[in-house]
Design a protein around this ligand. Structure first.
Ligand code: GRF
Length: 232
């Protein structure tokens, strides 16, 4: 990643994670960072929700936490300025949104340009926004998935780093589909952070290039082609 300080105390990339809720993606990052060869470390977990489960996960892992409650700050700008100050003080070089349920101001996004990433539970640019799984099932699409991308001022928009596709099964509910997608989120988010920390990720216009990355080996078809009369 460009702009890395050269006199760092640790060669591992310092990351901050912003989370508002359950924090299962945060947990995946905590677990990944626990491996001695993982090239990143979490220096701060910041939440806008006092008591969020994500904060408990961080505390249990001995990671510094901060709460900036948007309800006690007058405006979106004041909230973002407070977050920015706390993030800059933490020394974070990369900021990872992991279920952070606040829309960020363009000023905040600009301050962390190409140093701010997000995970979204759909194959962007399809199904941005909330309630992705319900909407995918209602639309009858055959694949769902998740995306890790750089953040731009528009919600769920930005150069895509990595995606995982997940088949939608007959009879899936939003809950069963979410469970399958979440499992893949926990795989691709640490992988994306690893690539960035290894300095292998370049943003070129609207696209991301990852040095040495190879494409998925197989084509997936859903439903699988089967002879008439065979079981689903
Ligand atoms: C995930 O589905 C993520 O894609 C979305 O918010 C959810 C957060 O879940 N941005 P968790 O808090 O990480 O468990």
């Amino acid at each position: 990643m460009s702009g890395k300080p050269s006199n760092k105390a640790s060669p591992r990339l310092a990351i901050a994670v912003l989370a508002s809720g359950r924090g299962s993606n945060l947990q995946a990052l905590i677990d990944a960072c626990a491996a001695p060869d993982f090239p990143a470390r979490i220096v701060l977990v910041l939440s806008n929700v006092p008591g969020a489960q994500a904060l408990t996960r961080a505390e249990q892992a001995g990671i510094a936490t901060a709460v900036i409650n948007h309800k006690t700050l007058g405006s979106r700008e004041a909230f973002d300025a407070a977050m920015r100050e706390r993030l800059e003080a933490s020394g974070a070089e990369l900021v990872c949104l992991a279920g952070f349920m606040r829309i960020l101001t363009p000023g905040f996004v600009a301050a962390f340009h190409d140093r701010l990433i997000n995970i979204h539970p759909s194959l962007l640019p399809a199904f941005p926004g909330l309630h992705t799984h319900e909407r995918e099932i209602a639309a009858g699409v055959r694949f769902a998935g998740c995306t890790v991308h750089y953040v731009r001022p528009e919600v769920d928009v930005g150069p895509i780093i990595t995606q995982a596709a997940v088949p939608i099964h007959v009879g899936d509910t939003a809950e069963t589909l979410a469970a399958r997608v979440t499992e893949t989120e926990h795989r691709i988010y640490p992988q994306a952070v690893r690539w960035i920390a290894e300095d292998r990720v370049r943003v070129e216009g609207a696209k991301v290039v990852i040095d040495g990355a190879t494409s998925a080996p197989a084509i997936a078809i859903n439903p699988e082609p089967t002879p008439r009369g065979s079981a689903d």
